[in-house]
Write a protein that binds this ligand. Structure first.
Ligand code: ACO
Length: 385
């Protein structure tokens, strides 16, 4: 309670700690990010998505043998059951791919041979299955959206090589797969963000892992969270010509519209993931299409302007979603797939947090301060005006 006798309300749970966690540290003031103690800069430079998944799930970097065993489990889990392909086939061209993803992931519980086993070992197996399957599901959704059919995964490829293979039906360019792998690493985990929190809320009722991550997917969809990468690219496309950038941003801010890909609840400085993506985007300019070059020019001008206007003064800086669009375009990935790809990367974070939270589970049940009327007398329907 505050001095006025009213409760302290933290809109959006701003500044509220919900649990202890040893998975991820986000230092929003210094602009640093660590998975299990390792800085994102080091992981981005040296690691792979498979290794980062192991690190996040098990809390340590794997030995070569451990990584090979883990990788085999991922590879074995890649093929999709026929019913999941049917779900994708049915919905892929009727709704947003995030909705199809949500339905497909939710349906995976039908293939779980013992839903009553809620042991940590069973949930670890489920997590590995989910990490692997989300890659296949998202790639297959993209394939059906473009009139293609399911392609059997290729066991000799890495997670992101296979993703591009299942999406496009041909062996991917090595550089594209490496760039996508980097994007997967950068999106793998980020503490108690909205989708992870949503996962935890659902799971805290002791609902199963599929229910929990389905809730996470639902929360990721919105443009204030995972959907911002698509929204940021849409904005760049709407700007069209780099010379229109300043006017577009000025008009948007004057109209009190948010610029997608900027701002963050925790980072009050440059998101370290955005720094890495920007560096990579600048490094790949040579041999790029005119489209990617134009998008990059627009992004850079928008960035300069936003930092000047809202950076230091309001703590609104580029976040992970801002430079992601042009990178995906350079890999040949269509805009609608950005957020599903985010989900396919973040699945490891959702599962790891869920398993950690279950070790000391308590159902989430916050309060609302009631400000509505009270003491009303019930009026029978016939007497209501
Ligand atoms: N452009 C312009 N103004 C902004 C932006 C932005 N991108 N972000 C915040 N602001 C302004 C708000 O209008 C508000 O101004 P006001 O106080 O004058 O009303 C102030 O900054 C605070 O903004 P909130 O939305 O209240 O900040 P909050 O911490 O609740 O939200 C959020 C953070 C949702 C990320 C917000 O910055 C935003 O909407 N950004 C755009 C969407 C986006 O890029 N989301 C991706 C985030 S990263 C991720 O989820 C993977």
């Amino acid at each position: 309670m505050t001095e006025t006798g009213l409760p302290q309300i933290s809109q959006g749970l701003d500044g509220i700690y919900i649990a202890e966690s040893s998975i991820c540290k986000v230092d929003g003031i210094a602009g640093r990010l660590y998975y299990r103690g390792y800085s994102i800069d080091q992981l981005a430079k040296n690691s792979t998505y498979e290794e980062v998944c192991y690190l996040i799930l098990y809390g340590k970097l794997p030995t070569a043998i451990e990584l090979a065993e883990f990788n085999k489990k991922l590879v074995d889990a890649r093929p999709l059951p026929p019913m999941i392909i049917d779900v994708i086939n049915e919905f892929a061209n009727k709704q947003d791919p995030m909705d199809t993803l949500r339905s497909a992931v939710s349906s995976l519980s039908a293939y779980d041979t013992d839903m009553n086993d809620s042991s940590e070992a069973a949930n670890l197996d489920r997590s590995i299955n989910l990490i692997s399957k989300l890659g296949s599901i998202v790639a297959t959704i993209g394939r059906y959206m473009n009139g293609g059919k399911y392609i059997e995964p290729n066991p000799s490829m890495t997670h992101t090589e296979n993703f591009l293979y299942m999406l496009n039906g041909k062996a991917p360019d090595k550089k594209d797969a490496e760039l996508l792998d980097l994007m997967f690493v950068l999106h793998a985990e980020h503490s108690s963000n909205a989708s992870t929190f949503s996962t935890l809320v659902a799971g805290s009722t002791l609902a199963d892992l599929y229910s929990a991550v389905t809730s996470g997917i639902a929360a990721l969809k919105g443009p204030l969270h995972g959907g911002a990468d698509e929204a940021a690219l849409k904005m760049m496309r709407a700007i069209g010509n780099p010379d229109n950038t300043e006017k577009y941003i000025n008009d948007a801010l004057a109209g009190k519209r948010k610029i997608m890909g900027f701002g963050h609840r925790v980072y009050k400085t440059y998101d370290p993931r955005a720094t890495i993506i920007k560096e990579d985007l600048l490094a790949l300019q040579e041999n790029q299409s005119e489209d990617v070059k134009t998008l990059t020019k627009i992004a850079l001008r928008a960035e300069t302007m936003m930092i000047e206007k809202l950076g230091k003064s309001h703590g609104i800086w580029p976040n992970i979603d801002f430079f992601a669009g042009p990178i995906y375009v350079s890999i040949g990935i269509q805009m609608e797939m950005f957020t599903p790809i985010f989900a396919a990367s973040r699945i490891v974070g959702w599962c790891s947090h869920m398993m950690e939270y279950w070790k000391n589970n308590r159902i989430f049940r916050p309060l609302e301060y009631y400000v509505g009327p009270s003491g009303l007398d019930y009026v029978p329907i016939k007497e209501r005006k």
